[in-house]
Design a protein around this ligand. Structure first.
Ligand code: IPM
Ligand code: MG
Length: 357
């Protein structure tokens, strides 16, 4: 099969981790007889430096004309002062919205080999963590009207948070479909005791749930969910929630696994095309030093094969290789522990490449 992948190396450690993922994809292509063609685009800080804006129109155009997008990371303190419309983050939001990627899938899994790296107590972690955060990605406060105005003689900021029924319905259905392939349990997270958007969220989620009688659906308030994630994370399988709550809870969920550098994500719409990126950011403090963990990006490439290209065998192959390398005790600096062998970013990529069977 031939696939065109739009590649955004981005900022900070982005270029280093993408390099490793592309090596792995090339080898998979060779092994399974696919041809992956890459079209590189500028987005984020690198695009601000080169063209004065974080998402040049020709970059967006290429995201809309490809089979999927693979992104390293964008942003960094260098661009903190730029106007909000052209900040590196604006590129990310612009691509998500223009591609219609309303469903953000963020699996948080405790790798048994790394159980010791979790900040949670051993007795909590030993029950395992394997959950899928399904975050609504192109609605809510992120995409409402933002304005700062003078009111009654002082600056006053507004961020409008809006959800329409169809926006809730489609993400709820996506979560139920995912749950069907997992344990069949969904927890819908909201703040229905305070927010109208959450009350509508709950109503629409329940209505959609009625069409999935085989899936168990429970509601949880977001403050309680934040607490339950550290108290008893193994109770969760699929969590579905709105954009801002999902942003916060997905960082929490990945942190409790102890290995944020390993976590991948997929952003999907109604078609097969998606955008894939590691959960972690651009880590400017370690950029360019060959220290970063490339596994989150490599596993994101595996998610791309599975979700957008229907290449399950190929995705399994990558995931097994990552597992084998961890089993053999190889670690990058972020999750190094005693008795393990420390590898650079490129050496880790190479190990995984050599373990693709
Ligand atoms: C994420 C990030 C982004 C978000 C930022 C960089 C705009 O935190 O992907 O979770 O808030 O969605
Ligand atoms: Mg975030």
């Amino acid at each position: 099969m031939k696939k065109t992948i739009t590649v955004i190396r981005g900022d900070g450690i982005g270029p280093e981790i993408i390099e490793q993922a592309l090596k792995v994809l090339d080898k998979i292509g060779e092994k399974f007889g696919h041809s992956f063609q890459y079209q590189e685009i500028l987005a984020g800080g690198a695009a601000i430096d080169a063209c004065g804006t974080s998402l040049p129109p020709e970059s967006l155009e290429k995201c809309l004309r490809c089979d999927s997008v693979l992104l390293g990371a964008v942003g960094g303190p260098k661009w903190d002062g730029v106007p909000k419309e052209i900040r590196p983050e604006a590129a990310l939001l612009g691509i998500r919205s223009a591609m219609g990627l309303y469903a953000n899938l963020r699996p948080a899994r405790l790798f048994p080999q790394l159980a010791g790296a979790s900040p949670l107590k051993a007795e909590i972690v030993e029950k395992g963590i394997d959950l899928m955060m399904v975050r609504e990605l192109i609605g809510g406060a992120y995409f409402g009207e933002h304005r700062t105005v003078l009111e009654n003689g002082e600056e006053t900021a507004h961020d409008d948070m809006t959800y329409a029924e169809h926006e809730i319905d489609r993400i709820a259905r996506r979560a139920f479909q995912i749950a069907r392939k997992r344990s069949g349990r969904v927890v819908s997270v909201d703040k229905a005791n305070v927010l109208d958007t959450s009350r509508l969220w709950r109503k629409v989620v329940h209505r959609a749930a009625a069409e999935f009688p085989d899936v168990e659906c429970a509601d949880m308030l977001v403050d309680n969910a934040a607490m339950q994630l550290v108290k008893n994370p193994s109770q969760f399988d699929v969590i579905v929630t709105e954009n801002l709550f999902g942003d916060i809870l997905s960082d929490e969920a990945s942190m409790i696994t102890g290995s944020i550098g390993m976590m991948a994500s997929a952003s999907l719409g109604d078609g097969t095309r998606g955008m894939y990126e590691p959960i972690h950011g651009s880590a400017p403090d370690i950029a360019g030093r060959d220290l970063a963990n490339p596994i989150g990006t490599i596993l994101s490439a595996a998610m791309m094969l599975r979700y957008s290209f229907d290449m399950d065998k190929e995705a399994d192959c990558i995931e097994q290789a990552v597992n084998a390398v961890l089993d053999a005790g190889y670690r990058t600096a972020d999750c190094m522990s005693e008795g393990c062998t420390k590898l650079s970013c490129s050496a880790m990529g190479q190990r995984i490449l050599e373990s693709l069977f």
